[in-house]
Write a protein that binds this ligand. Structure first.
Ligand code: ADP
Ligand code: ZN
Length: 598
């Protein structure tokens, strides 16, 4: 029987395990249970795929992500692994064929949807064969506390009783302590070994800028940094995803909308473009992304503020799963805060729930406004402090300047107070700057002592002051009166001159030149790179799989750097296992040899 290390090399073509993959695999092979917490892209799948090949019988993977099963299984079959799936998309005949294979012990891995799994018939079938292990993917779906709860998952507590001798591994990327505890109790995994991998995603560069003209900012970002890359653009509303997608199309990008209001067929079609074609941009609501297993997403752009840091981290985590540099780029403004606060207030749910939501939104706002390293703040939030600033986020690259905003804050607060806390930011700024608008005369605000006391700052600077006051909880948005700003308890000491306040200086967006980044290593020959991509595309088309299933970009880059023009050298590349060597080696080696001979 092969060791985990041998399988890693010969089947998957990887040179070493990422810690703690090896420990997890060993414990499963020994027959112990495990709970695995790893960020998206951390490499969770190998943790059960390798034990599946070592332990006798078939490993059963329970996953809610039906849409991905076909690609997952295709990918495994290309590696020479006997894999199959059972879900509602299969015909009766296909289902029966797979059930026969299962009974005849012809499968290494079976993916199955939870609703199928819990049917009496399926359970009976599984009890008649040798099950190597159970992997419960997206295990946080069992938690009612979390946001992806699925009732079918609750029944997975059956596993322990029905199959007491089969080891179980539960996997999730959700860090939250409460969810983790719920997984352990609901799945009866109290005795499982727990593996919590680092949450840092060092290859992702975090940037959060101020929104002034969303479309133009996005366009500039795409033009200068990702002219030819796959990425996801997140928006809050369905309508906006369609607008932005259409507009990007006009600008020459291959963009598609995605939201829960589109038909199932259309959603599947757009998702499939994203997975299979090169350089596709998906403009989506948060409905898109769960379990999207595309390794070469080069950027995730947020045009609207996510409600929580958890969502922000999960969404940005879809970038750069292949470990290559990727961007998490976001723009936000005061309007976002107002909109989100309103949505929350109008949402159903108890007062306690709403308070919890507000609390999470405040943490998200704090992340936007901090002047120190964003990664440190993020990891701190997840209980994993990072000793040094990261050097790969906007605040590290260009430390924001601050200014003493005590005086300005007091003026802003008094202005809201004197106008009875009934007006939104635009009117407050008009009053501060002594504008002559109808509204001012209508309410007689020209007679107030605060009228015109703020002409030392311009409109944008005042917006910045109000935004930061709201973001930091000195003011809140009155939801009864559309967008009116109110004073919060927290501003008392400020008004009483007992404390001072520092504000972040908003900077104008950087120039295109400063931002340009080299994607490929400098000594890569672009013509070879294109030829290799072409070769990969042909294989992918022939097999009906996405290009990255053939090889990741990183493997292609390695080909460009190491120029393996024979099979022995080709076998050394990361991501080249025996099966892929045999299948694609000759094709790629020929492209490289031709290139060298030219
Ligand atoms: P997750 O399910 O945790 O989001 P995956 O299992 O999809 O992550 O793995 C993410 C990517 O990392 C995949 O493309 C996978 O092939 C790659 N990968 C996983 N383990 C290793 C390893 N030990 N060496 C190199 N690449 C790896
Ligand atoms: Zn940093």
């Amino acid at each position: 029987m092969s060791s985990p290390n041998e399988i890693l090399q010969s089947v998957f073509g990887f040179h070493e395990f990422r810690s703690p993959q090896d420990q997890i695999i060993d414990s499963l092979v020994r027959g112990e249970d495990a709970l695995v917490l790893m960020p998206t892209g951390g490499g969770k799948s190998l943790c059960y795929q390798i034990p599946a090949l070592i332990r006798p019988g078939c490993a059963v993977v329970i996953s809610p992500l039906i849409a991905l099963m076909q690609d997952q299984v295709d990918g495994l079959q290309l590696l020479g692994i006997k894999a199959a799936f059972l879900n509602s998309t299969l015909s009766r005949e296909e289902t029966q064929r797979i059930e026969r294979q299962l009974s005849a012990d012809e499968l290494d891995l079976l993916y199955i949807a939870p609703e199928r799994f819990t049917q009496a018939y399926t359970l009976q079938l599984l009890r008649s064969i040798t099950v190597a292990l159970f992997a419960i993917d997206e295990a946080h779906c069992v938690s009612q506390w979390g946001h992806d709860f699925r009732a079918d998952y609750l029944q997975l507590s059956l596993l322990h009783e029905l199959f007491p001798d089969v080891p179980r591994i539960a996997l999730t990327a959700t860090a939250d302590q409460k969810t983790r505890q719920e997984i352990l109790t609901r799945l009866q995994l109290e005795n499982a070994n727990q593996y919590i991998a680092g949450f840092d995603r060092p290859n992702i560069r975090y940037r959060i800028a101020l929104k002034h003209n969303a479309k133009q900012q996005l366009l500039k970002f795409l033009k200068t940094e990702h002219p030819n890359d796959a990425g996801i653009v997140y928006c809050l509303s369905r309508k906006k995803t369609e607008d932005i997608a259409a507009w990007l199309k006009d600008q020459g990008y291959n963009a598609y909308p995605y939201h829960a209001g589109l038909s199932t067929e259309l959603r599947a079609k757009h998702q499939s473009h994203f997975l299979r074609d090169e350089a596709v941009i998906i403009v989506a609501t948060i409905a898109f992304g769960m379990g999207i297993d595309k390794p070469d997403v080069r950027f995730v752009a947020h045009l609207d503020l996510p409600k929580t840091i958890e969502s922000y981290y999960q969404e940005t985590g879809r970038a750069g799963r292949d470990g290559e540099p990727a961007d998490a780029w976001m723009i936000y403004g005061l309007q976002d805060v107002i909109k989100l606060r309103q949505m929350m207030e109008n949402s159903e749910g108890s007062e306690e729930h709403k308070r919890a939501e507000q609390h999470r939104l405040n943490a998200m706002l704090g992340l936007c406004e901090i002047t120190s390293c964003r990664r440190q703040a993020l990891l701190d939030y997840f209980g994993e402090p990072l000793d040094n600033a990261c050097g790969n986020c906007d605040t590290c690259e260009t430390p924001p300047q601050t200014w003493d905003g005590t005086e300005a804050a007091r003026k802003a607060l008094s202005c809201a107070f004197r106008t009875d806390q009934r007006f939104g930011v635009n009117h407050l700024i008009d009053v501060l700057r002594g504008a002559n608008t109808d509204k001012i005369f209508q309410f007689g605000h020209q007679h107030l002592p605060v009228y015109g006391i703020g002409d030392d700052l311009d409109n944008n600077q005042w917006r910045s002051v109000f935004r930061q006051l709201v973001a930091r909880g000195y003011m809140s948005v009155d939801l009864e009166r559309y967008g009116a700003l109110r004073l919060e308890e927290k501003c008392r000491p400020l008004l009483r001159n007992e404390v001072t306040i520092e504000f972040r200086k908003d900077i104008k967006a950087k120039t295109a030149k400063q931002l340009t980044k080299v994607q490929l290593a400098p000594d890569i020959d672009v013509s070879l790179w294109e030829a290799l991509r072409e070769c990969r595309r042909e294989f992918a088309e022939e097999l009906g799989v996405p290009p990255y299933v053939v090889f990741h970009d990183s493997t292609l880059q390695e080909m460009c750097l190491r120029l393996p023009d024979n099979m022995a050298d080709f076998a050394e590349l990361t991501g080249v296992g025996e099966r892929k060597l045999e299948r694609y080696g000759p094709g790629f080696v020929r492209v490289i040899a031709d290139h060298l001979a030219a």
